[in-house]
Design a protein around this ligand. Structure first.
Ligand code: DAK
Length: 260
C-alpha cells in the first residue's frame, strides 16, 4: 500500500514512521489511523530485516496534537463506540508489536497523540514536548486507551488530575513521573532512539518479543477498564457539549457547554 499521511524511512533495519500532516499539527484523521494499522498489521511483520520502529511527527512543533477534531462533528454514540474500539485495536497492535517501538516525541503529544506515544514501548522527548489529554475541553473523554494507560505510567492521582483538568505536562515533569524515558535535543532525538533499538537488536529476538508480551500481560488487556472507556466515549460523542466543544475549537472561541 502506498501511504499518503505517513512516511516510512528505513535505515539499517530501523523504520522511522513519520506522521506527516504538519499543517494540522499531525492530527490523526481516519486515513492516518488506517495507514498506521496497515503498517503495523500488514507491512512491518513482512520485513525480515526489521529491528524496531520509531514513531515521530513532521515538523518542529508537534508529535501529534490529537485526533483530528475537524472529523468529529456528526458523531453519534454508536459511531463513537466503533471508532474508539477501532483506535484502541490499532494502538494495541503497536503495544503488542514484537520488536521495540519508540515514540520520538518532538513537540505536542495531546489527546490521541499522547495515547499514541503511550502505546509505544518507550518515549524519548525533546525539551519542548508537551503531554496531555485535553479531551475534557471538548466535552469528551479519551477514546484510544488514554484513561487506562496514563494511570499505568504516572499513577492514579496524577492521571486523574491531568484527565480532569486537561492540563499539559512539560518534558521534565513527564520524565520525573516516568511517562518519558529520556530527554534529548531535537537534533539528537532520532539518533538516541536509534541507539536504543540497536542495543535491543543485539539481544535474543524471542526474548525481546516475550518480554514485551509478558510486561504487557501485567496490565490485563481487554479488562473492563478499556471496555468501559469505549462505552463512555460513545456516550460523550452523543452530546451537545461535544458538538459545542468541537465547533468552538474550529471557530477559535471558548466553548459554552450546556451539560447536555
Ligand atoms: N485536530 C485538527 N486540527 C488541529 C488539531 C486537531 N487535534 N490541533 C491543531 N490543529 C490545527 C489547527 O486547527 C490549525 O489549523 P488552521 O486553523 O491553521 O487551519 C493548525 O493545526 C495549527 O494549530 P494552532 O493554530 O492552534 O497552533 P498553536 O501553536 O496556536 O497551538 C496546539 C497548538 C496544539 C496547542 C493547539 O492547536 C491545540 O490546542 N490543538 C488541539 C489540541 C486538542 O484538543 N487535541 C484533541 C484532543 S481530543 C475518537 C477517539 C479519540 C479521540 C477522538 C475521537 N473517536 C473514537 C471518534 C481523541 C480525541 C482527541 O485527541
Amino acid at each position: 500500500m502506498s501511504y499518503q499521511n505517513i512516511q516510512i524511512q528505513e535505515q539499517n533495519g530501523i523504520y522511522i514512521l513519520t506522521i506527516n500532516r504538519e499543517k494540522a499539527m499531525n492530527a490523526l484523521n481516519g486515513q492516518t489511523m488506517t495507514e498506521i494499522r496497515q503498517f503495523f498489521a500488514e507491512d512491518a511483520p513482512k520485513k525480515n530485516d526489521l529491528k524496531g520502529v520509531i514513531i515521530t511527527g513532521a515538523g518542529p512543533k508537534a508529535f501529534v496534537a490529537g485526533a483530528d477534531i475537524k472529523e468529529f462533528l456528526g458523531m453519534n454514540a454508536e459511531k463513537g463506540r466503533q471508532l474508539s474500539q477501532k483506535g484502541q485495536d490499532i494502538f494495541l497492535l503497536i503495544e503488542q508489536f514484537p520488536k521495540p517501538v519508540i515514540a520520538a516525541v518532538n513537540g505536542f503529544a495531546l489527546g490521541g497523540g499522547c495515547e499514541l506515544a503511550m502505546a509505544c514501548h518507550l518515549r524519548i522527548a525533546t525539551e519542548n514536548a508537551r503531554f496531555g489529554q485535553p479531551e475534557v475541553n471538548l466535552g469528551i473523554i479519551p477514546g484510544y486507551g488514554g484513561t487506562q494507560r496514563l494511570i499505568q505510567y504516572i499513577g492514579k492521582g496524577k492521571a486523574m488530575e491531568l484527565l480532569l483538568t486537561g492540563d499539559m505536562l512539560g518534558a521534565q515533569d513527564a520524565l520525573q513521573l516516568g511517562l518519558v524515558n529520556h530527554i534529548a535535543p531535537a537534533e539528537e532525538l532520532i539518533a538516541k532512539a536509534t541507539s536504543i533499538i540497536e542495543k535491543i537488536a543485539a539481544k535474543g529476538p524471542v526474548a525481546i518479543a516475550k518480554i514485551i508480551e509478558t510486561v504487557n500481560a501485567y496490565f490485563h488487556y481487554n479488562t473492563d477498564g478499556f471496555n468501559a472507556e469505549v462505552l463512555a466515549f460513545g456516550a460523550t460523542t452523543n452530546t451537545e457539549d461535544f458538538k459545542e466543544g468541537a465547533t468552538a475549537f474550529i471557530e477559535k472561541r471558548s466553548p459554552n457547554f450546556s451539560g447536555k
